[in-house]
Design a protein around this ligand. Structure first.
Ligand SMILES: C[S@@+](CC[C@H](N)C(=O)[O-])C[C@H]1O[C@@H](n2cnc3c(N)ncnc32)[C@H](O)[C@@H]1O
Length: 249
């Protein structure tokens, strides 16, 4: 069997393989408690993600070939550097000079701490990044971010800031329409809904109030997006189940 056909068959059987889903769920719960997602770097900046989601992101960027990536939630900058590095690689694969190509990532964070800003300012891929400080749902910030999308073509959006239902719903309303057909809006930390109640005692989000509840509510009135379950079924371990939203029309 060709590798792609074999892969489709594996992903299809994962979907109904309760044993593998249970083991993945147990691994996920245990590693959330152990703060596993804090353990990784991307090109020298800490990235607060699971490796599986980083690979999925790479595959989506390679598939979509966006000219613009919009990210909410910068933290230490690892995900921003991941996007910048992927955009540089797309340029190289298309025979373009990354420094001349207009491809870029726009990152928004309510609090870009001085040491993180300094590290990003000194990063070799800084030329691919735009940093905006402010709340991702502040009307002025939304306008600034949206201005970068004017006439750029393919756009991919990644939401990873405040994980409350209300905030993510507002982010989806602010940015998802910028996603081009065939591209994705990735909503991180939907997995909060699947963890035990009270898993984040010092945070505003919990079961019933998180990115997954926002995604499910928002999709009711946005049939132009669909959850890409194949991504969940292949990753098995992910912070973003039901969060890989594909724009289909
Ligand atoms: C989970 S971290 C982002 C991790 C990052 N995407 C990565 O992969 O390394 C969440 C970030 O969201 C930011 N944040 C919280 N509320 C926000 C808001 N209203 N607008 C924008 N950013 C916000 C926090 O300051 C924090 O840096």
């Amino acid at each position: 069997m060709e590798i792609k056909a074999e892969r489709e068959s594996i992903i299809g059987s994962n979907a109904t393989n309760q044993a593998i889903q249970d083991v993945a769920g147990q691994f996920f719960k245990a590693t959330v408690d152990a703060k596993y997602s804090y353990c990784f770097d991307w090109l020298e900046r800490p990235i607060i993600q699971y490796p599986q989601d980083i690979v999925a992101f790479q595959e989506l960027v390679s598939l979509v070939k966006p000219n613009l990536i919009i990210e909410t939630g910068i933290a230490h900058g690892g995900s921003l550097v991941l996007s910048a590095s992927m955009l540089c690689l797309l340029d190289v694969m298309e025979g373009l000079d990354p420094r001349q190509s207009p491809r870029k990532v726009v990152g928004v964070d309510i609090d870009i701490r001085p040491h993180n800003r300094k590290a990003l300012d000194e990063h070799p891929l800084r030329f691919k990044m735009e940093l905006i400080e402010g709340s991702s749902i502040d009307p002025d910030i939304i306008e600034q971010v949206r201005s970068h999308a004017d006439g750029v073509g393919r756009v991919l959006v990644s939401l990873d800031s405040n994980h409350t239902h209300e905030h993510v719903l507002a982010e989806l309303n602010a940015y998802a329409d910028l996603v081009s057909v065939g591209s994705y809006c990735i909503v991180f930390d939907t997995a909060i809904e699947d963890l035990p109640v009270g898993s984040f005692p010092d945070r505003a989000w919990d079961v019933g109030n998180n990115p997954k509840t926002a995604v499910h509510e928002w999709l009711k009135t946005h049939p132009e997006f669909e959850i890409d379950k194949d991504i969940d079924n292949k990753l098995l371990i992910s912070v973003a189940p039901d969060g890989y939203l594909k724009r289909v029309s």
